[in-house]
Design a protein around this ligand. Structure first.
Ligand code: HEC
Length: 100
C-alpha cells in the first residue's frame, strides 16, 4: 500500500499531468461545484474547515504543484487521493485561488 502511494506520486511528479494542469486556466464556478461534491464533507461548505483544515489563503502557503500533490497523492489520510483529470484539477485550483 505504501509502495503503491509512492509510485503513484512519482508517476504524477514525472508525467505530463502537473504541466498539463498548470497550463490550463480553470473555471472558479466549475471548481466550486467540484469542491461542493468532493471536499465539503471534510473542509466545510465554505472551506472554513471541519475534519480537514480551513483552506482560505491555502494558495499563499502551498504552490499549485504542492496542492496538486495534496489532492492526488493520498499522502495524508484521512484525506483520500482523488483521480481527477487536468481540466477538473485546474478548476479546483482556480476555486482555491478565489478563497481569501
Ligand atoms: C475525508 C476527508 C477529506 C476530504 C474528502 C478532503 N480532504 Fe483535504 N484534507 C483533509 C485532512 C484531514 C487534511 C489535513 C492533512 C494533514 O495535513 O495531515 C487535508 C488537507 C488538505 C489540504 C492541505 C491543507 C494545508 O493546510 O496544508 C488541501 C489543499 C486539501 N486538503 C484540499 C482538498 C480538496 C481540494 C478536496 C476535494 C477534492 C479535499 N481536500 C477533500 C481531509 C479531507
Amino acid at each position: 500500500m505504501i509502495c503503491f502511494s509512492i509510485i503513484f506520486v512519482n508517476h504524477h511528479d514525472n508525467n505530463k499531468y502537473i504541466i498539463e494542469t498548470l497550463e490550463l486556466n480553470g473555471s472558479v464556478e466549475e471548481g466550486d461545484a467540484l469542491f461542493k461534491i468532493n471536499c465539503v464533507g471534510c473542509h466545510g461548505i465554505t472551506a472554513r474547515g471541519l475534519v480537514g483544515p480551513d483552506l482560505h489563503s491555502i494558495t499563499q502557503r502551498l504552490n499549485d504543484k504542492e496542492i496538486i500533490k495534496q489532492v492526488t497523492g493520498g499522502l495524508t489520510p484521512p484525506m483520500p487521493s482523488f483521480e481527477i483529470d487536468p481540466v477538473n484539477m485546474s478548476n479546483l485550483l482556480k476555486y482555491l485561488h478565489s478563497l481569501e
